[in-house]
Design a protein around this ligand. Structure first.
Ligand SMILES: [Fe+2]
Ligand SMILES: [Fe+2]
Length: 334
């Protein structure tokens, strides 16, 4: 048996305003913490750089943490009021901005129809005209999730029962490589990054990630961590699985067209097949099972899917606006 040392935790990111500075300063501070002030949260743009990075940094304590930050800070009471205020502001904005009113089946059904023209589709752009550099930028931003692929969704498992739980675990078993570390999707994504000449270290691209990329990941963590939002987590997860297969087909084609490399193509090719199956399981077993037991969660399932679509649309707009203007989509250092 071989043992490998755990890779070092990532460095703390750089603050983007007063809220993230307050969080990052506290995380790095030695000794007991005074309760962090919530001032400024209500007035901040809930999708903006500063609150999204503040939330992202707080959430990372539940995953790998940061170098120099004690593990015990994960449940530090002094951090909770600010985290709660940031979450509530984000959630209130999402609830106000999603269309709402549709059933879970209607919302997920609408995702199956690709809009004509594809003008807002990043996958379509990358398939047909994306440059290798744009593919690198896309992979760098997606690494915030894919290097911990499936982790945010695990938290819902203890909150489910019966068919919903069994279906969820069956899907996640695939995401985690069906018992083989080299097949874990997070590992396949690291191999994709290597093909593209990217740094595969966990957390490396956080400073380069603009707010819309952070918000997509913050949503999954928020829904995963709050049991009250278990219906929304399931709706979010269904949205990811339903849209993954067609999107992955385009991204695999983009990797092939640009000669990105076999591992880069494989990651997306694998998702074309796997997520076509996952989509069926998530609709029939996970959503079907959950709503059979808890029909009152129907609106939350729809909300989770719509909030995911909204934030993915924000990210697509950011990427396509930058690329069509000939600008990089990543935040530049300094
Ligand atoms: Fe996956
Ligand atoms: Fe999947």
């Amino acid at each position: 048996m071989t043992t490998t040392a755990l890779p070092p935790a990532p460095a703390l990111p750089t603050a983007r305003g007063p809220l993230s500075a307050r969080v990052l300063t506290a995380l790095a501070a030695p000794g007991p913490l005074a309760v962090l002030d919530t001032a400024g949260v209500a007035a901040a743009d809930p999708y903006g750089e500063d609150p999204q990075l503040a939330l992202y940094a707080l959430y990372e304590l539940h995953y790998r943490g940061f170098a120099g930050v004690p593990d015990e800070r994960e449940w530090e009471p002094a951090l909770m009021p600010l985290r709660r205020a940031l979450e509530d502001r984000f959630l209130a904005a999402l609830r106000a901005d999603v269309p709402g009113g549709g059933s879970a089946a209607e919302v997920l059904g609408a995702l199956l129809v690709e809009p004509a023209g594809h003008s807002g589709s990043v996958a379509y752009h990358l398939e047909h005209e994306g440059t290798k550099e744009q593919l690198r930028e896309y992979a760098a931003l997606r690494s915030l999730y894919h290097l911990k692929e499936a982790d945010p969704h695990q938290w819902v498992i203890p909150r489910l029962t019966g068919r919903a739980k069994a279906g969820m675990v069956a899907i996640e078993y695939d995401e985690y490589g069906a018992g083989r570390a080299e097949h874990m999707h997070a590992r396949l994504f690291a191999d994709l990054m290597t093909d593209l000449g990217l740094e595969t270290r966990y957390g490396h691209y956080v400073d380069a990630a603009p707010a819309p990329a952070l918000a997509v990941v913050n949503l999954m963590t928020l829904l995963g961590l709050r049991r009250a939002l278990r219906g929304a987590l399931v709706g979010h997860f269904a949205c990811v699985e339903v849209t993954s297969s067609p999107g992955s087909r385009r991204l695999a084609a983009a990797m092939r067209r640009t000669g990105a490399g076999p591992a880069a193509e494989h990651f997306y090719a694998e998702h074309v097949e796997a997520d076509a199956v996952h989509e069926q399981v998530v609709r029939r077993e996970v959503i079907g099972g959950l709503l059979a037991e808890e029909p009152g969660l129907e609106a939350d399932v729809a909300f989770g899917a719509e909030a995911t679509t909204l934030l993915e649309d924000h990210l697509s707009t950011h990427l396509l606006t930058a690329w069509r203007a000939g600008r990089p989509a990543l935040r530049q250092p300094g």
